[in-house]
Design a protein around this ligand. Structure first.
Ligand SMILES: [Zn+2]
Length: 308
């Protein structure tokens, strides 16, 4: 029984114009790195299915889903947000990205995979219940989490978000949903300029000043995330795995390194081993400089699949 590696070639057909940082090449860079590191030998590959309307409705309003489907262009681009565009393939890619999280949930809860990495785009954590934004259309992890809660009798899920940007969409969807504990660490003062306000007991959002570095990041995990997770005892853990906090990624300026992503994944896996039967599902979010992105994902996945 191998950890699942879920992706789809359709996810590379979505693009938002030349020089857009959320580019199709991100997936190829990750795939190449996992391949050359030999990590894919230890994973079971799966094609991401299309999320269904019923699955999307757990996290998004049906009006929003309908509007997004109607906006899908036959050619060219349709702008849905100042930096978020649809091309003719975007809708299919977004449905597969959300569907990947659902398939990961099914595989892990059926005992067919101990853990899963969803190598998908578009990312999801800025997508709110009723709006696309920040390169995101459907909130992939949220769709997966709500699927587990709704159809599998799971009662407590932790969502861990270490993307350098605050996951405002996930917060919007899970605010007040006490079945979900969201733990995030993000850089203060950058897009989407949220996360600093306390929005409820199920939100453990920690903003760090720019140039905080890995030691401050690890301190925040130890002093904020781990005690909350210990109390919450999640039955499953989902990760919004964004790697744009890497020192070499100019989307953020928090100064993390591959070793920090490796370390935080070790902390998450230890919580999962204790409380969650090891059940961890990681979905790709940000990370825009191809080389540090691929290296960071490899460091993360190596721990996720138990090869460390
Ligand atoms: Zn990000």
């Amino acid at each position: 029984m191998l950890p699942a590696y879920i992706t789809h070639s359709d996810c590379a057909k979505h693009e938002m114009g030349i020089n857009h940082p959320e580019c199709p090449e991100r997936l190829g860079a990750i795939n190449d790195m996992l391949l050359t590191k030999g990590l894919l030998d230890y994973m079971s590959p799966h094609d991401a299915p299309l999320a269904t309307l019923e699955q999307l409705a757990h996290a998004h309003s049906s009006r929003y889903v309908g509007e997004l489907m109607a906006a899908s262009p036959a050619e060219g681009y349709c702008k849905v947000d100042p930096d978020t565009d649809m091309n003719p393939h975007t809708l299919t890619a977004a449905l597969r990205a959300a569907g990947a999280a659902v398939l990961a949930t099914e595989l892990v809860l059926a005992g067919d995979a101990p853990s899963a990495f969803c190598c998908v785009r578009p990312p999801g954590h800025h997508a709110t219940r009723a709006a696309a934004m920040g390169f995101c259309f459907f909130n992939n992890v949220a769709v997966g989490i709500r699927h587990a809660l709704t159809h599998h009798g799971i009662e407590r899920v932790a969502l861990i978000d270490f993307d350098v940007h605050h996951g405002n969409g996930s917060e919007d969807i899970f605010r007040g949903d006490e079945r979900v504990l969201m733990c995030s660490i993000f850089e203060q003062g950058i897009y989407p300029f949220t996360g600093d306000d306390a929005t409820g007991p199920n939100m453990v959002n920690v903003g760090l000043p720019s140039r905080s570095g890995g030691a401050a990041f690890r301190n925040a995990v130890g002093s904020h995330w781990l005690p909350a997770l210990e109390t919450f005892r999640p039955e499953m853990i989902y990760i919004s795995a964004g790697f744009d906090g890497h020192r070499d990624d100019d989307m953020g300026n928090i100064g993390l390194l591959e070793a920090d992503y490796e370390w935080v994944t070790q902390q998450i896996m230890a919580v999962a081993a204790k409380h969650s039967q090891g059940r961890v599902i990681s979905c790709l979010e940000g990370g825009y400089m191809l080389s540090p992105l691929a290296r960071s994902v490899a460091a993360h996945v190596r721990v996720l699949i138990g090869c460390d």
